[in-house]
Write a protein that binds this ligand. Structure first.
Ligand code: TMP
Length: 399
């Protein structure tokens, strides 16, 4: 059932070179829910090679929060499951895998510019999309893996059934499959519709994952909630017949919470769509009011999320002068779709800025720590999560 239309959207991470914007690709970002499985997905998938290629610009290590997060989960995996043979699917710049021995870890990464990083670090790296053919090849080369880990990648894969079957094949009979992705429940609760952009082909509820994984022969034995990316679920699954890793009860708690929130009910999604439209109207009203008061507004973080918001709401340089971002490959470029210039924080985050819209609202804690000078001199952050507002020294609740 289709429930949301975020309009014509570009590739969220396809930043443009000024003067070369004529052939920009747009698609209609419509979202639906399969009421049988509760899986929320795009209706029109964007071809993967248009998003994940050798010019991909998001690098995990650009945020201290992410670096800390991956160090901590790597340590926990080793402590809980042993320092065993591990495969990472979607290894980006190696922020996670670097905590494992070179002879025990294998990386899979479709973006060549990032696969190069782990390869140069000495890891066996496969510059491929994850699929059944690669699973067979890896199982043949390395035998089956004790742990398969993937962060913010499974939700990118359009054919989930095939991807999960390939993981089942490559996993040892007593192995564990651990993956984390943004949580549907958190998105519904925070009105954070900007979780939806081309790369996020699905926004997972634990309910949907439980339904899908069961049909393949997996059993979820543990679910952790993490604050990463505005609220994610980390799911631990094993093969159904394995007697290791008995369920710890967390799955049942999550399923119950999602049931109460109505993740399998049509009305939940219709209500969400209404809230998204209200969010757009109130953000536009707030930005216009601030701008009409003669203030300079910039955006902090040229994020995939902000591509979604700016294109859905029709926010361009009439409201936002420019975007600051720490990623060198985004600087000097124009943001996808609405073409707002991106500059480095050193260049753009100066005393002339009155308000900064938080494109990277999910890193609020890290950002407010870093930008205390801006706040002390009267600068203010604006967010649209969970509703459009100016943050006035209130407790941090968005991470
Ligand atoms: P994402 O939300 O699409 O994952 O991208 C996060 C972007 O935010 C990335 O380009 C780096 C940028 N960023 C900053 O510019 N400053 C910051 O303090 C943080 C945490 C992120």
């Amino acid at each position: 059932m289709k429930f949301l239309d975020l309009g014509q959207q570009p590739i969220a991470n396809a930043f443009l070179t000024p003067g070369k914007c004529e052939t920009e690709f747009f698609y209609d970002l419509e979202v639906g829910v399969d009421l049988d499985t509760s899986l929320v997905s795009h209706i029109n998938f964007v071809p993967p090679s248009m998003m994940f290629n050798d010019s991909y610009v998001y690098n995990t290590s650009s945020s201290k929060t992410m670096v800390k997060h991956f160090k901590s989960i790597a340590k926990e995996i080793k402590q809980t499951f042993g320092d065993l043979k591990i495969l990472e699917i979607g290894s980006n710049d190696g922020t996670f895998i670097r905590h494992f021995d070179i002879d025990k870890a294998v990386a899979v990464e479709p973006c060549g510019n990032f696969a190069k990083f782990t390869s140069e670090m000495g890891y066996n790296t496969y510059n491929n999309f994850w699929d059944q053919k690669l699973a067979v090849q890896l199982a043949h080369m390395f035998n089956r893996f004790d742990v398969i880990y993937s962060a913010n990648c499974m939700c990118h894969i359009q054919d989930l059934d095939s991807a999960f079957r390939a993981i089942y094949y490559a996993l040892d009979d007593n192995g564990v499959f651990i993956f984390e992705d943004p949580s549907l429940l958190e998105m519904l609760e925070r009105n954070s519709y900007d979780q939806i952009y081309d790369e996020h082909a699905h926004i997972f509820s634990v309910t949907a994952l439980n339904n899908i994984l069961q049909t393949i022969g997996f059993e979820i034995f543990r679910v952790d909630k993490t604050p990463i990316h505005g609220g994610s679920n980390r799911v631990f699954a094993k093969k159904k017949h394995s007697i290791q890793n008995p369920p710890d009860g967390s799955l049942d708690i999550e399923l119950e919470q999602e049931d109460i929130a109505g993740v399998s009910e049509k009305q939940t999604y219709l209500d969400f769509a209404d809230r998204v439209e209200n969010s757009k109207n109130s953000l536009l009203e707030l930005l216009h009011e601030i701008k009409d008061g003669g203030n300079k507004i910039i955006s902090y973080g040229a994020t995939s999320k902000s591509t979604s918001v700016f294109n859905y709401c029709g926010i361009g340089t009439d409201l936002i002068d420019y975007i600051t971002d720490t990623t060198p490959d985004k600087q000097g470029k124009l943001s996808p779709g609405v073409h707002i210039p991106v500059v480095s924080p050193e260049e753009g985050f100066d005393d002339s800025v009155d308000y900064a819209f938080l494109g990277a609202w999910n890193f609020l804690e890290e950002i407010t720590k870093k930008e205390s000078k801006f706040l002390r001199r009267g600068g203010q952050f604006i967010t649209h999560v969970p509703e459009a507002r100016i943050l006035r020294g209130e407790p941090i609740s968005t991470t």
